[in-house]
Design a protein around this ligand. Structure first.
Ligand code: AMP
Ligand code: FE
Ligand code: FE
Ligand code: ZN
Length: 299
């Protein structure tokens, strides 16, 4: 049987979002945009949901590029938000599903509470937010931001995040989230590969003393180092951790469609790192575009 692979000569982007969470395009459109941008491999990593995988895999097959199934878990250390990427997890794993469902439900009530508070000061209703989100999407502040934009209350998502939706903006509410230790355990138990997303973004909670070791002890396997939210100094530190702790290293765009300035392929992952991920992940199958040396197609 021929083993399929990915095109190692083309760029690899392992972190993107669709309208299944807070991206602005459906999963298939994200994949087509990735192919159009010249990427050879792309992972879809919606927040707390695997619901976009089937559409993304079909679109990748059609477009002739490779697709890696992934998910970005919302977790927290104390009250600070930490994101953990899980690649190739089993999407039907009961514990994983239960955790994702709990987080999504809590995100929903939390968003309703925020909108209630915002609605006391601005002409914003819960229906406005529903109008900006796909059914069953993982609801987040970006959807509230879009509703604020639609209502003309702010100019764009960024303005919303810097003001009304800021955690110190007066309307912020937290949602339930597991600790990263818990999430990493769930990812590993579901056959996935656990990579810490943008470790140096706001708060840098995972870089606090002791945490990196704790996360690695819990089963963390990689660090997303090349990402616009990691500053240069932190990237140096993260590379040191990766060397010392034998962690794999990724780079990605964190594309959200028109919802964020991040462009597809603005940061990429080296082929040997993706090979490691493919060797380690056993919970689900990637959709790989290239047949092995024998030239035989598997399908
Ligand atoms: P939440 O998880 O609901 O608290 O919202 C955080 C999410 O909003 C993150 O996953 C980001 O993708 C998105 N986000 C954060 N800052 C911005 C921004 N300035 N513009 C657009 N999206 C943002
Ligand atoms: Fe997001
Ligand atoms: Fe993130
Ligand atoms: Zn993300």
């Amino acid at each position: 049987m021929a083993i399929r692979g990915f095109d190692e000569s083309l760029p690899i982007d392992l972190h993107t979002h669709s309208s299944v969470s807070d991206g602005t395009e459906p999963p298939g459109a994200v994949i087509r945009a990735a192919a159009a941008a010249g990427l050879g491999t792309v992972a879809l990593t919606d927040h707390d949901s695997c619901a976009g995988w089937a559409e993304a895999a079909a679109a990748a097959r059609e477009a002739g590029i490779s697709f890696i199934p992934g998910v970005e878990f919302s977790t927290q250390i104390d009250r600070a938000s930490v994101h953990v990427l899980g690649y190739l997890v089993d999407p039907a794993d009961a514990d994983l599903l239960a955790s994702m469902t709990e987080v999504r439900e809590s995100r929903l009530t939390r968003a309703e509470r925020m909108v209630e508070r915002i609605g006391a000061d601005y002409p914003l209703t819960w229906q406005d937010v529903l109008d900006e989100s796909e059914p069953d999407a993982t609801i987040g502040r970006p959807h509230i931001a879009d509703a604020l934009v639609r209502r003309g209350i702010v100019g764009d998502r960024t303005e919303a995040f810097e003001g009304i939706l800021h955690w110190r903006g007066g309307y912020y509410q937290p949602h339930r989230a597991p600790s990263p230790v818990e999430a990493i355990g769930l990812i590993r138990a579901a056959g996935g590969v656990a990579v810490l997303a943008h470790p140096a973004s706001r708060g840098k909670a995972a870089l606090r003393p002791g945490w990196m070791r704790r996360l690695v002890d819990a089963g963390l396997q990689g660090l997303e180092i090349d990402h616009r939210e990691n500053d240069e100094v932190s990237r140096g530190l993260l590379h040191e951790y990766a060397r010392k702790l034998d962690l794999l290293v990724t780079g990605s765009s964190d594309y959200h469609g028109t919802g964020k300035p991040n462009r597809l392929g603005e940061h990429t992952t080296a082929p040997e790192q993706l090979r490691r991920i493919l060797e380690l992940g056993t919970g689900s199958r990637p959709e790989l575009a290239v047949a092995d040396d024998s030239g035989q197609q598997q399908r």
